[in-house]
Design a protein around this ligand. Structure first.
Ligand SMILES: Nc1ncnc2c1ncn2[C@@H]1O[C@H](COP(=O)(O)OP(=O)(O)OP(=O)(O)O)[C@@H](O)[C@H]1O
Length: 830
């Protein structure tokens, strides 16, 4: 696809985002009643208009949420392919802002629905989308732009493992001598002949037994006519069955239930490979242009400094001196130049009403205006549900949308686009290389600011001298500066390892097994579709789990801009029965952002960093190294164990070691650090719930899969394991395996479809019985276990709020019934 195509797609998407953000901004500034009446008016014929305030707010928020997702997905595609480096900067910021807005809206939906998962089929239908379209795509730039870093880290890990003797350096493949090779072939040949001989002997024995039986049934088969008829009958039956089978297969291929034949697949694969090559070419171009942009920027910077620096300095100094003189003439006092925090001398000339303000405000770079906006941003929202829990528990759902940081960012980027790109004539830049005039303009302003800062400093000193000369030197400003300096100083954590390098700390943690490698799994490999309706408030489909982990974990870890603008989640607990894919999801989170994984599972830290001082050092290392190597994930398996009331005597891992320090560790993850604490538990109810809730911001329960998820898993996995050689009816398997997790399905297939069995698949097709026999040796998720999870979940902060909401709704319904009955009675009495 051409540059033009992506350009047009970009312009179109920008326009759609602009329209959406305007309505979003209006809605954000309305109160709930106004939104409800506006939405009801817009959906005048729909059932939506008839719903109560909660339903309408949910539908309205959900609509914005879904529309932002679709636009973010489009923009992600544009960013991935577009090559012009200056456009890419803008698209990246806008993409991050849109993704941040999706997360903000998600948090609003959680507050409205009082569930982690939100659904609204009617909205999806009215937008003419499928559930698949509403799935948020993880930006590919998370990994692509950090590829070198990630590879470097893997290489370091590999080297450390070799140094420790865990891996072999250049593992040598043993070479066979001719004699050894001949002996090996002979051994295998003799074995083959032996197997063949045994096979013949078996057949001879069977034939002998048969001939004995045949003699007995001689009378029945003597007629050759009957024999011919029998053969005919069998043959016809066989051919008819074969034709029907083929027809069925063709039909299945047509409707996409079975993958097409290998020749077709090959053709499709070739086309895909071609497309991949085109994309690869684009990526190479992107990198080359980016490098060119950086190189040119550096050169232009130097050029501006050398050519315009002295004049710029003089002009600024003259302006300031003129201003000082004006002030002195008017007031008889020497003025103070505003401090750097207040904007320095720029602040003087940009005061509303001053002459220079008009000219300067137009010259001010968009970057600077962005910075100003950042300062005026609304306060950060909290992603921790425990914070306002008491208030929310009494109220049930919270309908008012929280203030948004991302709408401002979206607005800034849209303004920038309209100002620079919307009507830009690009006919002179077909190759889409960097625009030098834009670099020049941007750098000119940047350097002007730099010089202004230096001149301000010099002028302050000049003013000091003047004041001393006049004899009116005041120490006020110094005092102020000192005071403000003290105030801004944050209490700093004590660094226990000040003279250690990051590499040596990394090596220490790898050596101790705290930082470890993880299998590379992508979230898309977690099988299952999205659900369209809520089931009991806590029964999401695998697609919903994928999406929520993208929103809560992957996006904030992957991008600094998203992390800083959306609600902060420091810790998350994944719970669910064995084999529900908790560890797979943890590894997928790490893989998608190329994070470093710190494993502090109680069993993994036994005997490491012993004693109280050791524990302090461990916590310090975790915080320091995870911050240095961010994005990082700190993982704890069996997360209920540190908070168990009674530890079994057989447990020698001393799980309570971290009990007191865990909540502190999480609190000490700074708001700006892309570090996430992930706990995994099969038995969350065994922990002290108060401590568990102090430690984790969010709780995600992964239930056993439903029919749809199982059917999808069976079809995909059988296809994968058998290499497309099995036509087993998977819906039957999905029905039979109801109650089992996808982990059990996976393990069962691994066991049945061994290497030998896979080789036999052509001659001996896979049967249901084989799978069922193996599956039945495993434990399903029992009803009691499921009930334990449900009852535990109802005690989590969100679970409690959900119960309260149900109670409130029930009370309202009863009240309505009571009022209706009362009115009926009154009518009857009258
Ligand atoms: N929805 C799914 N799609 C694809 N694979 C899955 C899915 N759910 C589980 N699996 C697979 O099942 C296997 C077991 O999963 P995993 O070990 O992550 O489960 P778990 O919940 O951590 O189990 P346990 O609690 O026993 O440690 C893995 O190979 C994983 O890839």
């Amino acid at each position: 696809m051409s540059n033009n195509y992506y350009n047009e797609l970009w312009h179109l998407t920008q326009h759609e985002i602009e329209l959406l953000s305007i309505s979003d901004y209006e809605r954000q500034n309305q109160d709930v009643e106004a939104t409800v009446s506006a939405f009801a008016a817009m959906n005048i014929d729909s059932d939506l208009a008839a719903g109560d305030a909660k339903d309408i707010m949910q539908a309205s928020t959900y609509e914005f949420y879904v529309r932002y997702i679709c636009l973010a997905n489009k923009l992600e595609d544009v960013y991935d392919k577009i090559v012009q480096p200056q456009k890419r900067q803008l698209i990246r910021s806008l993409l991050d802002a849109c993704l941040g807005r999706v997360i903000e809206l998600k948090h609003d939906l959680v507050n409205i629905d009082v569930m982690e998962f939100s659904y609204n089929d009617r909205v999806i239908e009215s937008l003419k989308l499928t559930p698949h379209d509403t799935e948020l795509r993880i930006p590919r730039y998370f990994l692509r732009e950090r590829r070198k870093d990630i590879e470097q880290r893997k290489q370091t890990m590999h080297e450390i493992q070799i140094k420790l003797g865990w891996l072999e350096e250049n593992p040598t493949i043993e070479k066979l001598t001719d004699l050894e090779a001949i002996q090996l072939i002979q051994r295998h040949e003799r074995a083959r002949q032996g197997r063949l001989r045994a096979h013949f002997m078996k057949e001879i024995r069977i034939l002998k037994e048969k001939s004995k039986n045949e003699e007995k049934d001689k009378n029945r088969t003597e007629s050759s006519l009957i024999a011919a008829m029998k053969i005919q009958k069998m043959w016809r039956g066989h051919t008819a069955r074969r034709t029907t089978r083929r027809r069925k297969l063709d039909e299945m291929i047509l409707i996409g239930m079975v993958p097409p034949a290998t020749s077709e697949l090959k053709e499709r694969q070739e086309k895909m490979d071609q497309l991949e090559k085109v994309y690869e070419h684009r990526y190479v171009k992107q990198e080359a242009y980016q490098e060119k942009l950086l190189a040119r920027t550096e050169l232009i910077r130097e050029e501006i400094k050398n050519r315009h620096g002295p004049i710029m300095t003089e002009d600024i100094a003259d302006d300031i001196r003129g201003w000082i003189k004006d002030c002195y003439d008017k007031t008889g006092k020497l003025p103070d130049i505003p401090s750097e925090d207040q904007g320095g001398s720029l602040h003087i000339f940009s005061r509303p009403g001053t002459e220079s303000e008009v000219s300067r405000s137009s010259a001010r770079s968009s970057k600077e205006s962005r910075k100003t906006k950042e300062k005026t941003k609304s306060p950060a929202r909290s992603g921790d549900l425990n914070v306002n829990e008491n208030q929310a528990e009494t109220e049930g759902a919270n309908l008012q949308p929280a203030p948004s940081n991302c709408i401002l960012d979206i607005k800034t980027e849209i303004e920038r686009f309209n100002e620079i790109w919307r009507d830009k004539d690009e006919s002179g830049n077909v190759a889409q290389g960097p625009y030098e005039d834009m670099i020049y303009a941007e750098k000119y302003e940047e350097i002007e600011l730099e010089f202004r800062r230096l001149v301000d400093e010099a002028m302050r000193q000049e003013l000091d001298l003047l004041q001393t000369a006049v004899g009116k030197k005041s120490k006020k400003s110094n005092k102020k500066a000192r005071r403000s300096g003290k105030k801004g100083k944050k209490k700093k954590e004590k660094d226990l390892t000040p003279d250690r390098t990051t590499e040596s700390l990394y090596e220490e943690l790898v050596t101790n097994g705290i930082i470890r490698q993880y299998p590379e799994i992508h979230l898309s490999e977690y099988l299952g579709d999205k659900a369209t309706t809520a089931r009991n408030g806590m029964n999401p489909s695998p697609g919903d789990i994928r999406q929520i982990l993208v929103e809560y974990c992957v996006l904030p870890l992957g991008s600094e801009q998203i992390h800083n603008s959306c609600p902060l989640i420091r810790s998350i607990l994944l719970t669910g029965p064995k084999g529900s894919g908790k560890k797979a999801l943890l590894h997928a989170i790490c893989t998608e952002v190329g994070a470093v994984l710190f494993d502090i599972t109680p069993a993994n830290i036994v005997g490491k960093y012993p004693g109280k001082s050791g524990l302090i050092m461990l916590i310090h290392l975790l915080l320091k190294v995870s911050r240095l190597l961010q994005p990082s994930v700190i993982y704890m398996g069996d997360a209920e164990r540190p908070f168990m009331k009674k530890v079994p005597k057989t447990d020698r891992t001393d799980p309570k070691r971290l009990k007191k320090d865990l909540p502190k560790l999480i609190k000490n993850i700074a708001a700006e650090d892309r570090v996430l604490f992930v706990g995994i538990s099969n038995l969350p109810w065994e922990a002290d719930q108060k401590l568990l809730q102090q430690t984790f911001n969010r709780f995600i329960y992964i239930p056993r899969p439903d029919y749809g998820a199982l059917s999808h898993a069976w079809t995909t996995m059988i296809n994968e394991y058998s290499g497309g050689l099995s036509n087993l009816d998977c819906s039957v398997m999905a029905k039979i395996s109801d109650g089992y997790t996808i982990g059990s399905v996976n393990a069962c297939l691994k066991e049945v479809l061994s290497c030998k069995r896979r080789l036999q698949l052509r001659s001996r097709p896979l049967t249901h019985a084989e799978l069922i026999n193996t599956l039945s040796t495993r434990d399903p998720v029992y009803r009691e276990e499921e009930e334990a999870f449900e009852s535990w979940w109802s005690k989590t902060p969100l679970g409690r709020r959900y119960q309260r909401l149900l109670e409130l709704e029930e009370e309202a319904r009863l009240e309505e019934q009571f009022q209706a009955a009362k009115q009926n009675n009154d009518k009857k009495n009258n």
